[in-house]
Design a protein around this ligand. Structure first.
Ligand code: 48H
Length: 264
């Protein structure tokens, strides 16, 4: 016999435990696109406590749709080691251009990241940040449904030693921070430089270069990195997104490991 009340209680209790246990983390990632997922995979694999918040019901961001809904992605040579590690299959199209099925890419990446330990809260949006002494120290969260309905409902908060803005073109976390401390971002102008027109080759190189700390405690990865530091867009090529996620993870791991060594 199955009891509907037991089913409901199981969901409520398990979700409460999960949320409560994850209100403090080493790293909070905002956005579950390819860059955020790869960052989450590498950080979790290194045994850090990592929590991801994604506004939508499904994670995967802009990768599901390949290019213009043709559900194939293109990845260049230098990102193949990441596909190999994740066991995502690909085929050579011509030298330096490889294709993968976008559904296999998103679902495999999601599965590997989850199994590595990444905790994902979908349908939750970061609407603000916690700040202490000019440092981002966490996130202010609300249900996406509340946000979409425009309801006046106060949020909840979580604390993290580092936050990654992986919100894609919108660069939402950086925009929030910029509003609080105008002119003080770690960009050339101190402001958000803004995404430039499409130039795939340059954009892919710059995505990696632009993946870094933009304010104390806050890193940018993926499309958000280029939008913050003024790089161009690249179109439906995903190597830069994957490598950016990996770089954000390794920069934060370095910091966390140094702090652990210093006993802080
Ligand atoms: C919670 C949020 C919030 C928020 C947004 O757009 P994404 O796929 O981001 P990336 O950087 O991993 O990948 C970019 C890629 O998909 C792309 O768009 C490319 C390569 N474009 C090139 C071009 O020329 O156009 O994912 C971002 C995710 C989405 O799922 C959003 O729903 C989510 O972030 N998100 N989640 N709280 N405040 N803002």
């Amino acid at each position: 016999m199955l009891d509907e009340v037991v089913i409901s209680r199981a969901i409520l209790q398990r979700f409460y435990e999960k949320l409560s246990e994850n209100l403090e983390a080493d790293v909070a990632i905002v956005g579950g696109g390819p860059a955020g997922l790869v960052a989450g995979y590498y950080l979790s694999k290194s045994r850090k406590k990592v929590v991801m918040f994604e506004r939508k019901l499904s994670i995967g961001g802009g990768m599901w749709g390949g290019g213009m809904l043709f559900n194939e992605i293109v990845v260049q040579q230098d990102a193949l080691p990441i596909l190999d590690e994740l066991q995502i299959r690909y085929r050579e199209f011509q030298p330096n251009y490889y294709t993968a099925d976008s559904v296999e890419a998103v679902s495999t990446l999601t599965s590997k990241a989850s199994k590595a330990g990444l905790i994902v809260f979908n349908c939750m949006s970061a609407e603000d940040v916690l700040m202490r002494k000019d440092r981002v120290t966490g996130l202010v969260l609300n249900w996406s449904a509340v946000e979409i309905a425009g309801l006046h409902v106060d949020p909840l908060s979580m604390r993290a030693r580092y936050v990654i803005d992986a919100t894609g073109h919108a660069t939402e976390v950086v925009h929030v921070v910029r509003k609080k401390v105008p002119g003080r971002l770690l960009t050339e102008s101190g402001e958000i430089e803004g995404e430039k027109s499409m130039w795939s080759d340059r954009a892919e190189a710059l995505t990696l270069e632009n993946t870094r700390e933009v304010f104390s405690g806050l890193y940018v990865a993926g499309m958000a990195a280029n939008a913050t530091f003024g790089g161009p867009r690249m179109g439906p090529i995903f190597g830069g997104m994957l490598r950016s996620g990996k770089k954000a993870a390794s920069l934060i791991l370095e910091k966390l490991d140094t702090q652990a060594g210093e006993g802080s």
